[in-house]
Design a protein around this ligand. Structure first.
Ligand code: IMP
Length: 432
């Protein structure tokens, strides 16, 4: 019986949504452990496109349970709008979704505080998704946040909401902002009533499920390089996207986890500001952006594109302990005659293969590339390793050798069936 974590090995947008949706067939429960509606998971099932922001993509499988864990921050308006869209598509959300009573709630004043911070000339603009995620986590860590359990208790909610809002209004006034956020006490009480039937103590729910022999897939949002501790701080999100966050964000002990699987594109992208050593600054960046449709599924922002970065992957494999790597969007590289791979960095005249802690050092690091021949053959939709062109297999083999992690699965298109699982891989065993 295996419980696994599937998470991003780069800066997010690695294609985790499709992979989690595909694997969820073999698990009973899919649980999200951090982040909020800053994440965007796009899943195609036939002609139908689903963009999931808060709800784990396991919801798309009839009969499976989707859990929003305690480590997630929830904007009730965004959650209910997502629920309605899925219900419209015929999904039985209310019976398939459990929401942690310990998850924290995002309010409009969180977006206001985020805007103040992002616009402030004295602070580094992170290029956030403007969803209020960071300030909500600030309140959580500051021990003044409001949780779902409070939201659904009208008296507790009123007692906690007004002081927190006043707090934010003082901040806004201090920054000369007079347009304050709306008072949402009444409207959030109504939203709370609609959410209430799905609220559970999900730590008990998940642990009981394991005891009764059920299998759980834990789904990360964003990616390890956006993790608050291990990412390119301060250009990170405000939660623990790395594997450790899966335990704190769900209430499952590390001893309950049997495997950790990283998801990486065959190249790399990043949204928002921050250092990016292997970023492509020539027209091939545009080619990849358009071939891979690299535009944010939540904000629509064009994603910055770069070549596969080995030191970065080795770092994320180290802090997560990956058992296996899933390489997505291999087909996006089909047309290229040559494919550079970043194999190290040069910093202050020295070659380094480790990830510097300071973002300014990473910004100065010059990428060292090895260039591999492209395969210039269509790989789109291939489902057997032996059907890939030899050069594409060589490319995957080099990624394996240089990162030290097996490539257990390759995605060759957006649909569930456009995927190959490498026979005999550790991943295949974890999925059995
Ligand atoms: P926040 O999560 O909105 O606070 O944004 C912090 C940083 O994380 C910004 O650079 C965002 O672009 C980035 N970010 C947040 N969520 C995602 C995601 O799902 N994919 C990629 N980048 C993300």
């Amino acid at each position: 019986m295996s419980n696994i974590i599937v998470l991003g090995a780069q800066w997010g947008d690695e294609g985790k949504g499709k992979i989690v949706d595909l694997f969820s067939d073999r698990f009973d429960i899919v649980a999200r452990y951090q982040g909020g509606h800053n994440a965007g998971h796009t899943v195609f099932i036939g002609q139908q496109k689903y963009v999931l922001k808060l709800i784990p993509s396991g919801i798309l499988r009839p009969g499976k349970l989707a859990v929003i864990g305690n480590g997630v921050v929830i904007d009730p308006v965004a959650l209910l709008s997502e629920i309605e869209t899925l219900e419209h598509a015929g999904i039985d959300v209310r019976n398939q979704l459990a929401i942690s009573n310990r998850a924290h709630v995002i309010f409009p004043f969180h977006r206001l505080v985020e805007k103040i911070s992002e616009d402030s000339p004295d602070r580094v603009a992170i290029g956030t998704t403007s969803r209020g995620i960071g300030p909500c986590y600030e309140d959580k860590i500051g021990r003044r946040g409001i949780r779902i359990a409070d939201l659904i208790d009208p008296a507790a909610f009123a007692a906690l909401y007004q002081p927190l809002r006043k707090d934010k209004q003082s901040i806004a006034k201090a920054f000369g902002i007079q347009t304050l956020d709306d008072d949402v006490l009444d409207s959030y009480r109504e939203l709370a009533e609609r959410i209430r039937p799905m609220v559970r103590d999900t730590a008990y729910l998940l642990n009981d499920a394991i005891r009764s022999g059920k299998r759980i897939l834990l789904e990360g949002a964003q990616g390890t390089m956006l993790d608050i501790d291990h990412g390119t701080y301060p250009f990170v999100t405000s939660s623990s996207a790395a594997a450790g966050g899966a335990c704190t964000g769900t209430g499952l002990a590390p001893t309950r986890i049997n495997g950790i699987v990283g998801v990486s594109k065959a190249y790399i992208t990043r949204v928002g500001a921050g250092p990016f050593p292997s970023e492509i600054h020539d027209p091939r960046g545009d080619t990849i952006r358009h071939a891979g449709n690299e535009f944010g599924s939540v904000t629509g922002r064009p994603r910055r594109c770069g070549w596969f970065d080995v030191p970065l992957l080795r770092y994320t494999a180290t802090v997560n302990g990956f058992d296996s790597l899933i390489v997505t969007k291999l087909d996006v590289l089909d047309a290229l005659a040559e494919i550079p791979v970043c194999v190290g960095y040069e910093l202050d005249g020295k070659t380094i293969s480790e990830m510097p802690a300071r973002q300014d050092a990473l910004a100065e690091a010059k990428p060292l590339f090895e260039t591999l021949p492209g395969w210039q053959t269509k790989t789109f939709g291939i489902t057997r390793l032996e059907d890939l062109p030899q050069r594409a297999r060589d490319y995957l083999h080099i990624l394996e050798q240089k990162t030290g992690i097996e490539v257990g699965c390759v995605s060759t298109g957006p649909e569930r069936n456009q995927t190959l699982i490498v026979p005999g891989s550790r991943l295949q065993k974890l999925l059995c």
